[in-house]
Design a protein around this ligand. Structure first.
Ligand code: ZN
Length: 408
């Protein structure tokens, strides 16, 4: 049995400082506080031990992606994120022609069969062109149960989350079909009002894709999707807490309203995560990364409804024209270049307590995936998925199912 001792161990019951973890092969056998109960422990003094991260929203990383390229590229993207602490992750696809989405879902289902990824997230194609962000409006479709069923069948039981815009005609039927199939329905890339969003939650939607980004912003007389998703207790909310997509106040308010049991930190990483500035691809869109911020090079297709300048704040137009603004244009933010570890570090710097961050990065997303009985916390009986971080919360070692992964 392997014993890890001396570090600050973050458990659902609080931080054990020092604490120890005893492993039985791929599983956590026991967790305790104080000095190591037996000698020959791995010494983790001065380090934090967090549960392995669970990233529900990832398009790529390390120069490779899930949205295009080969199966080997997808393996490379998954390995990139695992080595940086995301011991569980979904592969997120963006809007593309239906036949292409089916083919990619089938290809990624092979990797889910192998355990390389923990399933698929479809961010599209049933999205609102008016809130398209970096997604290609040419391939956006009205929600359609037959199209959903083709995609669901292609993923062979590995489709975990589908993001859709509930104001589109047919959305309620797809929400019900997906919920019946055991697929989590997320509201996102939507221009829905608060009332329409509440109706979607009543129909079965339980998750928010990158809260605030790609949706009608909060207004006190029309709280929009953001207000409704914050308001309803059954909804878990993703936030991209990377310091680019959201102001720290938005991160803190979302954390306070939802609490760690309903907040989900995600990376929304694309291929450029961990790579130098330059040109990259996100689905059909060409993206340029400068100063670590990924933006569309050009608008990928015909415009959606024209922007109403009276509705857009200067911040919408200049700083975040795509995901936070009305409509989208060249220059829209196109995913992030952060890993979930980067997001965690930023969330802690923004003032979120470490145990709450661990819940939002591991425990809560594991529950959303239905994996809470296997991973997501440093608790006896769960998989030995853990991340050893230094004082600045930079990952120094990652263990997945009891095995150390190669350091990045
Ligand atoms: Zn995304």
């Amino acid at each position: 049995m392997l014993l890890l001792a001396g570090g600050r161990v973050v458990t659902p019951g609080g931080v054990l400082s020092p604490g120890w973890i005893r492993l039985a092969g791929p599983v956590i056998d026991a967790v305790g506080s104080g000095d190591a109960p037996e000698p020959s422990a791995v010494d983790l003094r001065g380090q934090w031990v967090l549960p392995g991260f669970v990233d529900l929203h990832v398009h790529g990383g390390g120069g490779a992606s899930f949205t295009e390229g080969t199966q080997d590229d997808a393996r490379k993207a998954a390995a990139f994120h695992r080595a940086r602490g995301s011991t569980s992750l979904l592969a997120s696809l963006v809007t593309a022609p239906l036949a292409e989405l089916q083919a990619r879902a089938a290809m990624l289902a092979d990797l889910a069969d192998e355990g390389v990824i923990d399933g698929l997230h479809l961010e599209g194609p049933f999205l609102a062109p008016a809130r398209r962000g970096a997604q290609d409006p040419r391939y956006m479709l009205a929600p359609d149960v037959a199209a959903f069923e083709r995609l669901h069948a292609a993923a062979r039981g590995h489709l975990r989350i589908i993001t859709l815009a509930p104001e589109l005609p047919g959305a309620a039927k797809v929400i019900k079909a997906a919920t019946r199939a055991g697929v989590t329905v997320a509201v996102g890339h939507t221009d829905a009002t608060a009332d329409v969003t509440l109706a979607a939650v009543d129909a079965g939607a339980t998750h928010a894709t990158h809260l605030f980004n790609g949706m009608r912003p909060w207004h006190h007389r029309e709280p929009g999707a953001a207000g409704a998703l914050l308001d309803r207790d059954e909804v878990t909310c993703e936030v991209i807490a990377d310091g680019v997509h959201l102001h720290d106040i938005a991160i803190r308010l979302a954390a306070r309203v939802k609490g760690p049991g309903r907040l989900v930190l995600v990376s929304d990483a694309m291929a450029a995560a961990g790579m130098p500035d330059g040109r990259y691809q996100l689905g059909s869109a060409r993206v340029t990364v400068a100063g670590g911020v990924a933006r569309l090079l050009e608008d990928p297709g015909p415009a959606g409804p024209p922007d109403d300048p009276s509705q857009a704040t200067p911040a919408d137009r200049a700083d975040d024209p795509g995901q936070a603004g009305t409509g989208a244009a060249a220059g829209a933010i196109a995913g992030s270049t952060a890993t979930l570890a980067d997001v965690i570090r930023h969330a802690i710097a923004a003032g979120l307590p470490v145990p709450d961050v661990a819940a939002a990065a591991s425990t809560t997303p594991a529950r959303v995936l239905g994996l809470a009985d296997r991973t997501g916390a440093l608790s006896p009986g769960l998989a030995a998925d853990l991340v050893v971080c230094d004082d600045d919360f930079r990952p120094r070692a990652v263990m997945r199912q009891g095995r150390w992964l190669a350091a990045p």
